[in-house]
Write a new protein. Sequence first.
Lengths: 314, 288, 241
Amino acid sequence: MNTLGMKSWIALAVVAVLLAALPLVGSNYFLRIATTVCMYAVMAQSWNFIGGLAGYPSFATAAFFGFGAYTSAILQNHDAPMLLAWGSAGLAAFLFAAFLGGAILHLRGHYFAIASLIIAEMLREIVNTLPDFTGGGKGLNLPFLRISVTAQAQFFFYAMLALAILCTGAAIVIHRSKLGFGLRCIQQNEDAASILGVNAYGYKTAAFCLSAVFVGVAGAIYASWVNYIDPPDVFDVLLAIKPMVMVLLGGLGTIFGPPLGAVILLSFEELVWRSFLTVHAAALGFIIVVLVLFLPNGILALVRERLVGRGTVT
Amino acid sequence: MIYLQIAANGLVLGGLYACIAVGFSLVWGVLNVINILHGTFIVLGSYVAYFAYVHLGIHPFVSIAIAGGMLYALGHALQAGIINRVITAPVLITLTLTFGLDLILNNAMLVAFTADYRGITLAHPFRSLEIGPVFLPGDRVAAMALAILLTLLLYRLLRDSKIGRAIVAVRMDREAAALMGVDIKRINAITFGIGAFMAGAAGALLSIIFPISPLNSPVFLGKAFVVCVLGGLGSVPGALAGGLVLGVIESFGSYWLGAERAVTLSLGLLLLVLFVRPSGLTGRRGYE
Amino acid sequence: MSVGAPKLAIERLQAGYGDVQVLWDITIEVGTGELVCLIGSNGAGKTTLMRCISGLLAITAGQIVVDGRSMAQATPADFLRAGIVHVPEGRRLFSAMSVRDNLLMGAYLRDDKERIAEDLDRVYAMFPILAERRRQDAGTLSGGEQQMCALGRGLMARPSLVLIDELSLGLAPRVMELLSERLREINRSGVAVLLVEQDVMNALELATRAYVIDQGRVTKAGLSASLASDPAIREAYMGIA
């Protein structure tokens, strides 16, 4: 393994150890925020596979999240053990993405974006129209864990943290693999890549499925965490938008950009917007506009420029 | 015979849908930008018509010009000042930008007007029309007629005026248009302004039919999407065809499956068309 | 022979795309009413040079001087107003617009309606087939007709210098002859022409002077007659040993 790869693993290990110590110093409230950060880090990192590497602007993250949440909730309501339900949700999301990919990955640009956006709406409608199975508009309850509030906070934090580490580890592997390289070629020029022998369809589908599997598990963990889900909650379009913004913020196509973006955006939310509830949405909108106009390559690129100096290829 | 009524309702609705979509389609076709703000522009147009009626007694049909003019100015400014900076960037960037701008504008409207649904009840509504077995509320028919008229006026503008020719030329070949001396930045701003104008005008027309609230903007945006994909991008006849088709399908869908399912139906239709023939009914090459 | 300040004078021009430099130290002149051609193989930089002269591409060094005035920072519209029209490679007609609308687009910057109508008639007279097809979409025309339309569109701007990039590409010899004849007519009426051509024989026949561009530099210049009999040119570009 080359030095750059080693650096990434070491960085990941250090962060993991530091974060694992969090419950020792943080309040339950703080742990809840940290859990949310881990969840969004997973979603941002996952989106990066299809949006950052392959260059396909997917809005399907909300669909995969809700799909995973509902799969897990329904399984648990039929007496499946929680961890099994979580794993199944991930697998189901993976298969769903494979199926969906067959239907929409031949589209490009705007058309792909719209199609992926609509999937969440369609799933929401399907849930609404099958209330006996899914609880419909009234939502679904999930079984409570019979442990203390503090223990719950710690448990779900560790669950999301583990998922985030797993997902980032996958990213380290994928970004440096043949798949990662192929995806970057596809983003540059898909037709040329195909002609050169890259299996564009297979790679795109792989990226799409990767963008779904961890998000599905995240949705499942979220459902167990909050004990109640309903369609507007888990299919919310912001679940598709915020991860995208986080990746743009941190650095498109990088490994540590997505989690960094998640930390920054959510910190902003926590510190600033909670005080301005009525303009919450506008504040996010403002950040997006500033980001797109002035920081198109994300913060990581800005930092690199300052440290390494302009004109250097990193 | 009820089918004739349903079809008629669908056509009336469809004319309005065409007007909703044509500005969106123009911007997408010429600038290659999906204007997420479009739905919010429409709602803003509705509010202009509402306040003009409630406070000044101006009939919403007259507000078409007022709302249209105000939205033109807003759209032109937004494009020239902000959106044009990233006009050549990939889809992800422009889409995210208009999404962010929409969050701001929509939130501003929520704060200013609250989410409460408002409606206009006209003091002197038009009489209803009865054409054979079909019964049509006069105001709706008038709104539809105006919607189609506006759409046709836009078509004439694009085909017969110098600026219209320039807009179409930019759509077809930006560089060749530049070689003719066309100021691309200016055309971009004008086109976006026209798109906003059509949205504002549509909003004024819709204010007498649909409830007015910032919460409705995604609904209108969704309709615009479906019509564009059905009818093909950047084409006025396409928007007209797509609008009428969507109106009729929704009308029958509502009757057979209920109103909420009708929305799902149109989304499903959208997905189907995307899957089978992304360039739409009139098939002109859109942007990928 | 040119009298007074040349219509177009390019001095030590350099240009490229991003980090890739394509043109080095180009010095070229076109006198008022001259017919000059630019020959060279594919990728030599001819089209890039055309794009610089019409304002589509910014130059990185050197100057472009038109009628004695510097065109630094000029936009395509500025070049048009200075009387320079670029008929681009591949014609680049507005394919779903009618022939008539395409021609009218050529007169976009003008607002003298009557004279525009006169010029339109003149183009129709020069190319009767365009008059016949005036309401048809330009994309439905044959290759030769499209070239005529592109040339006509250029003429609608009342240029004093026409830049033509690849007149003969994909055209049958008969059509090429017609176009060459029209080009001579246009030149005889006082309009200067800078013709970029891959068909070297044709180009040297039409033009009085020629420049040879190779790998972004001007390697030879002179009267067409002498270049046509230059053995190196004959071997490299005309396949005559």
